[in-house]
Design a protein around this ligand. Structure first.
Ligand code: NDP
Length: 297
């Protein structure tokens, strides 16, 4: 393997330690403990494990989580009432609704109901609009984590050709926007690919920075990567494997073994983007609490 493996776990641990110190300082100065409302509807196994990991991270950082677990058949009105209650609770500084919601619920309406000042995931239309306009906002956690990983890897975005594969509202779309911003961690020339892109390799081979977020294992293989490129693999896929304890292994969207022979640096799955997503959520929650306490812009 020639690529450097970008250690998301280590960077996330450093970030979480910084947040923990910030939580202590805020409490000492104002008596406020940052609190996050965590809403989970249904029992999708992946969602349950993400929520559990987030709640553990909150506790370790000295924050409070207000857990709301709702059954699969929860109705739209009931869920909106929960959001309204969390919006009004002064001890809740951020709100996270774990996605995807069960079918039958209107995700857009639920997200839009979150008060923008508590939108620590950065998903509400107000936050997204502010981000695109370059106004102060909560940056969405996964794209923000990707920017931090690029910085840690020493990958200069300014003037680089960044290719983003995947155009979801929570990963690809905001990331392509952030990378093209006039900013120290932006200023890249961005190509944006998706499932209707013909001959994906023609584009990925031009990337100095390649971010893959398709949810399809094997989307990017070695021959689709420019030698020396920095590759960020956002994908988290459960691939069946009878020899694994749980009957599956986590795999990214890239063929890690092959791509690592060609790339200059690459994130592993697990241990790359995932831990950074949680660390960015903690950072945003701390900032929301600092703002509510009047000690941050
Ligand atoms: P979505 O399913 O919402 O979006 C996937 C995107 O990839 C779509 O835009 C789709 O195109 C595109 N796509 C699918 N197949 C191909 C292909 N063969 N070639 C090019 N583009 C393709 O997924 P998310 O963005 O929510 O998530 C992507 C992956 O990242 C998942 O594995 C998810 O689990 C993971 N993830 C990881 C996080 C973390 O913290 N590590 C956080 C969030 C997500 P089209 O729009 O045309 O359908």
């Amino acid at each position: 393997m020639s690529a450097t493996v970008i250690d998301g776990k280590a960077l996330a641990a450093e970030t979480r330690e910084r947040v923990r110190a910030g939580v202590g300082a805020l409490r000492a100065r104002t008596g406020v403990t940052p609190g996050l409302g965590v809403v989970l509807v249904g029992e999708d196994p992946a969602s349950v494990s993400y929520v559990t990991a987030k709640e553990r991270a909150l506790a370790e950082a000295g924050m409070r989580s207000v857990d709301v677990r709702l059954p699969e058949g929860t109705g739209q009105e009931e869920l909106l009432a929960v959001i309204a209650r969390l919006n009004a609770d002064p001890e809740v500084h951020g709100i996270l609704v774990q996605l995807p919601l069960p079918r039958g619920l209107d995700t857009d309406a639920v997200i839009a109901a979150i008060a923008p000042e508590k939108d620590v995931d950065g998903f509400t239309p107000v936050n997204v609009g502010r981000m695109i306009l370059g106004q102060p906002c909560f940056l969405p956690c996964t794209p923000h984590g990707v920017l931090r990983l690029l910085e840690r890897a020493g990958a200069r975005t300014r003037g680089a050709h960044a290719v983003v594969v995947g155009r979801s509202a929570i990963v690809g779309r905001p990331l392509a926007n952030l990378l093209s911003r006039k900013a120290p961690d932006g200023d890249a020339t961005v190509t944006f690919c998706h499932s209707a892109t013909p001959d994906l390799g023609r584009f990925t081979r031009q990337a100095d920075i390649l971010v893959v977020a398709t949810g399809r294992p094997g989307t990017v293989t070695a021959e689709m990567v420019k030698p020396g490129a920095t590759v960020i693999d956002v994908g988290v896929n459960r691939v069946p494997d009878a020899s694994a304890r749980r009957g599956y292994r986590l795999r990214g969207d890239c063929d890690f073994e092959g791509v690592a022979q060609v790339a200059g640096a690459i994130t592993p799955v697990p241990g790359g983007v995932g831990p950074m997503t949680i660390a960015m959520l903690l950072e945003n929650t701390l900032r929301a609490a600092e703002r509510a306490a009047g000690v941050a812009e």
